[in-house]
Design a protein. Structure first.
Length: 173
């Protein structure tokens, strides 16, 4: 349990560092003209799902809601970046490698969930039947994020196989 807290804390610190770097040190690389996805398209559904599907356990509503909200936002957080990439019609190599690495990480995480479901003979689904809808929300978030990134990974692998240095995307990603 303590290891999980340490890992989550390290992830938070790394995320805050990335946000700082993007906001202040790398601001000149931001392509504002291509960034046209309103954030409320991403955030409003996440808040609604988190309100409905947060764990109803011994912790306070606030913390369980934040946990559910972070899971739902994480599932779709790459959508604005993919929209920007789609509008630019090409991807710089570093960005392509980074998003591909996210996709590979999601694949391993999804594989972990599948193995866990097989080993427990679907015990997680038993919890859903007992009214613990948050388990279903967590599973759906994992798979939504995996499938969003799988599409990008397909085009990434295709461009690498074709020997393209700068990845070009079709109109719809």
């Amino acid at each position: 349990r303590e290891l999980h807290v340490v890992l989550d804390s390290l992830t938070l610190i790394a995320t805050l560092w990335v946000i700082y770097m993007m906001r202040y040190k790398l601001q000149s690389t931001y392509m504002k003209d291509y960034d046209n996805m309103p954030l409320y398209y991403v955030l409003v559904p996440c808040v609604i799902i988190a309100l409905i599907g947060h764990p109803r356990i011994r912790f306070s509503f606030f913390f369980t809601f934040l946990w559910a909200l972070s899971n739902t936002i994480e599932a779709v957080s790459v959508l604005p970046q993919l929209r920007l990439i789609q509008n630019a019609k090409m991807v710089e190599p570093f960005t392509a490698h980074y998003v591909f690495a996210l996709g590979v990480a999601r694949f391993f995480d999804a594989a972990h969930w599948i193995i866990q479901l097989i080993e427990t003979k679907g015990a997680h689904f038993y919890l859903v039947g007992q009214g613990h809808i948050w388990v279903l929300v967590a599973l759906l978030c994992e798979f939504i994020q995996t499938f969003i990134l799988a599409d990008f990974c397909y085009y990434y692998v295709k461009s690498v196989m074709d020997g393209q240095i700068i990845m070009r995307l079709p109109s719809l990603v």
